[in-house]
Design a protein around this ligand. Structure first.
Ligand SMILES: [Zn+2]
Length: 446
């Protein structure tokens, strides 16, 4: 069912100074896993697991941490993250978007993402990219695909060609997407950074969203909605969505210009009553922490550390600092109100400056917003896997699950920045031959 199913290598072992399972076994000092075929068959202390193992079958990572492969619940594999606007990026033909996907997926795999949920690409491009991985043309993460996002005329991402106005059209579009291979349905419930959109208003009503949800659920598919507006979050809850993306709680009012990459928008107004409903309905929030300019902010901070910013750069840095301060604040409130078990940290890689291969940015921000490093890791592994409906397969280091593994140097449980220091990535038990993640990027990470 996934690209990992090639011929089974014989039984082998991976041992590390510690194994952070992100699951029931907690963290095991000097731990190891046994792998047969694509699956983990045993996990425990290295002394137990590798007791009868031939030395040549044990791969040992000293002063390193073995973790579950990351699950990125929100990315756009067809978009280059090269600081063009959507309007510029969509000038690329489908063929170029497919090639962009190959590069993006290799970057994400190199940073430890072994499962990626795509939340919207044009036409059939994402389905064709997955077929290429399954044929073995290149190695990529396990892909969970929405195909084209469902959106209204000139709604967010309308250029993907998943436009549906009216209940019948929404139902027909969902059925068509499932027939083409969609694993889940993504619906645009508020405006976004597409030109002409207004992010702080809902773009579909609850009745329209419910038509999509009922049709998708009737076909065994999960649903998630793009929700920047607070009203769109409420509509999504009314409609019974399984997950929502972004959760900026935007309300109309003062229109704030946050700088390049983030469309001018209303203000973020946290509302604990909305959070209470997420908890009651068991609805996930996929918090796309680094989206909207964090790559640029990191670059500007670095530059400001050793030279003078131009006035334009200084203005942009101030705008981005203000935006991330608000985003950190919302996340902190969600945590404080008990959302952690339903809170996913995802990248939204692809649009504007949000590069593939920097999944660690989101986890670093989550720690700044009050999570422990382990909690941030769980938000991008075990909790993300549950939100994406693949917890039986991946998301923790556990016997019976796919051997999707990430090894990083040092101990990310005491310093989350170690998540960027990748030693090895395994997908379905196979060590992926990848460059260090940052070797593929045009600029240094910080
Ligand atoms: Zn997105």
């Amino acid at each position: 069912m996934s690209g990992a199913s090639r011929e089974s290598p014989s039984k082998h072992y991976v041992r590390a100074a510690r194994v952070a399972t992100a699951g029931a076994r907690g963290t095991i000092e000097d731990g190891a896993v046994a792998i047969e075929g694509s699956r983990i068959t045993a996990i425990g202390s290295a002394a137990d697991v590798t007791a009868n193992a031939p030395a040549a079958a044990v791969e040992t990572y000293r002063d390193s941490t073995l973790l579950p492969g990351l699950v990125d619940a929100h990315a756009h594999l067809t978009l280059a993250g090269d600081r063009r606007t959507y309007e510029q990026m969509v000038l690329d033909p489908d063929e170029m978007m497919a090639l962009v996907s190959v590069r993006n997926l290799q970057r994400h795999l190199a940073c430890g993402v072994t499962t990626l949920r795509d939340n919207g690409g044009r036409n059939r491009v994402t389905f064709i990219v997955r077929e290429a991985i399954n044929r073995g043309y290149f190695v990529g993460p396990r892909l969970l695909l929405s195909g084209r996002p469902v959106t209204h005329r000139h709604g967010h991402f309308y250029w993907c060609n998943g436009v549906a106005d009216g209940l019948d059209a929404i139902r027909a579009t969902v059925r068509q997407l499932v027939a083409e291979g969609a694993d889940h349905i993504k619906i645009m419930a508020s405006g976004g950074a597409t030109a002409g959109n207004i992010p702080y208003y809902a773009s579909y009503g609850a009745e329209e969203l419910r038509a999509a949800v009922e049709t998708a659920h009737g076909l065994g598919r999960l649903t998630t909605a793009h929700c920047r507006a607070k009203q769109s979050m409420i509509n999504a809850l009314d409609a019974g969505l399984d997950c929502i993306e972004h959760a900026e709680f935007l309300v109309p009012g003062q229109v704030v210009e946050y700088g390049a990459g983030v469309s001018s928008s209303g203000i973020m107004e946290y509302d604990p009553r909305v959070t209470e409903r997420f908890l009651r309905q068991d609805t996930f929030i996929s918090y796309t922490f680094q989206a909207g300019g964090y790559d640029s902010l990191v670059e500007l901070r670095t530059k400001a550390g050793h030279e003078r910013l131009t006035p334009a750069e200084a203005t942009r840095k101030d705008a981005l600092e203000a935006y991330y301060e608000m985003k950190l604040g919302i996340f902190n409130r969600l945590m404080g109100d008990g959302m952690r078990p339903l809170l996913v940290v995802s990248s939204d890689a692809g649009p504007f400056d949000c590069e593939f291969g920097r999944m660690h940015y989101g986890m670093e921000l989550a720690v700044q917003a009050g999570m422990s490093p382990l909690q941030a890791i769980e938000a991008a592994t075990s909790i993300a896997a549950r939100a994406c409906g693949v917890a039986a397969l991946t998301g923790t280091v556990e016997a019976g699950k796919e051997a999707d593994l990430l090894v990083v140097h040092g101990n990310p449980l005491t310093d989350i920045r170690r998540m960027a220091d990748v030693a090895a990535v395994y997908k379905g038990g196979l060590k992926v031959g990848v460059l260090p993640p940052n070797a593929l990027l045009p600029s240094p990470p910080r």
